[in-house]
Write a protein of this length. Structure first.
Ligand code: A3P
Length: 338
């Protein structure tokens, strides 16, 4: 397998754009003013586009992504709702598909010096930075190209939906997502403005007002596609991967048509990949302790606890009940449980 490595430079303008909604064209501002809007978490507002809430910056990138991205059959798209363990999924899939080119135990392995977000770009953010950031033939991106997005299925470009390219979706239970999101946003906001009170943030989350939310609709859209097209969409749950990482990595490898050989199994490669991508390992690497993200924030903001069930330390019984109730109502009849 070849690499799909492409480094992006930290861009503090993105953060600024996110906070200020500044620098957009008049045409785009006209579009914004025609959309339903709600209070944002980092940006002043979220805008409802195709039934989901996006920041202005993400929306701008989404429109370019939808119009200009040409999917290839061999592409792999990683999709998550924010705080579902995106960075972990990026690390695992990058390491898996590039295991010939970058031996897992090599001191030169890209994960040792690059944050996974720098190795696997978010398409809507790439497109938000420049008009045509992904040329049709990008020599630095050889097949298979590995990308990520937070967009709901409805907003993916038609070419992604209509080719045989693969989609890997990872979800996480909404209780931990909310807790993780609140901590993450609080860290980012502390650099720019005051924190959103926990209760208010809970109200926003449970009413669907989050980036790429409503969370439940996002999850459900990919769940349904994974049932309809299991060869195209693989649906994973953070908690299950945490519990049985080896079998899920094998599942990922099978899905991507690069199963582990007997020889790889015997020399313990599956275990080595899991260790390389583990929370303890990644969060203690210098690049993730002191490096900067694309947004100009510390890489460390993406690593907090990396556990399933931390919600028990933060949510009231009432909050748990409310989230459980929404989950039950939204997923009724779908066969999905979180
Ligand atoms: P917590 O805040 O609950 O710790 P995302 O990458 O989608 O932003 O998700 C971030 C969440 O994934 C955070 O959850 C973070 O700590 C956790 N995480 C980061 N790296 C991880 C890893 N290697 N394994 C498991 N969880 C990880």
């Amino acid at each position: 397998m070849a690499t799909s490595r492409r480094r992006l430079q930290p861009n503090s303008n993105l953060v600024q754009k996110c906070f200020e909604e500044d620098g957009f064209s008049q045409t785009f501002k006209n579009l914004l003013s025609s959309l339903p809007k709600a209070k944002g978490w980092l940006s002043p507002h979220l805008y409802n586009y195709e039934g989901f809430w996006l920041t202005a910056l993400h929306l701008q990138g989404t429109l370019f992504f939808q119009h200009n991205f040409q999917s290839q059959e061999s592409d792999i798209l990683l999709v998550t709702s924010p705080k579902s363990g995106t960075i972990w999924l990026k690390a695992m899939v990058f390491t898996l598909i590039n295991r010939m080119q970058y031996p897992v135990l090599s001191q030169e392995h890209p994960l040792l010096t690059s944050n996974p977000h720098d190795l696997v770009p978010f398409l809507e953010l790439e497109y938000a930075q420049e008009k045509y950031p992904i040329p049709q033939k990008d020599s630095s991106l050889t097949s298979p190209r590995l990308y990520s997005t937070h967009l709901p299925y409805v907003s993916l470009p038609e070419s992604v939906k209509n080719t045989k390219s693969k989609i890997i979706y990872m979800c996480r239970n909404p209780r931990d997502i909310f807790v993780s999101l609140w901590h993450y946003i609080s860290k980012l906001r502390s650099q720019e403005s005051e924190m959103i009170p926990f209760d208010e943030a809970f109200h926003m989350f449970s009413n669907g007002f989050t980036m790429a939310g409503p969370f439940w609709d996002h999850v459900l859209s990919y769940w349904e596609k994974s049932c309809e097209m299991p060869q195209k969409v693989l649906f994973l749950k953070y908690e299950e991967v945490k519990e049985q990482p080896l079998s899920h990595l094998r599942r990922l490898a099978e899905f991507l048509d690069c199963p582990f050989s007997l020889e790889e199994e015997e020399r313990g490669l599956v275990d080595e990949i899991i260790k390389l991508c583990s929370f303890d390992n990644l969060s203690n690497l210098e690049v993730n302790k002191s490096g900067k993200t694309l947004f100009g924030n510390d890489n460390g903001v993406f690593f907090r606890k990396g556990e399933a069930g931390d919600w028990k330390n933060h949510l009231t019984d009432e909050m748990v009940h409310r989230l459980n109730q929404i989950t039950e109502d939204k997923f009724k009849g779908s066969g999905l449980k979180l």
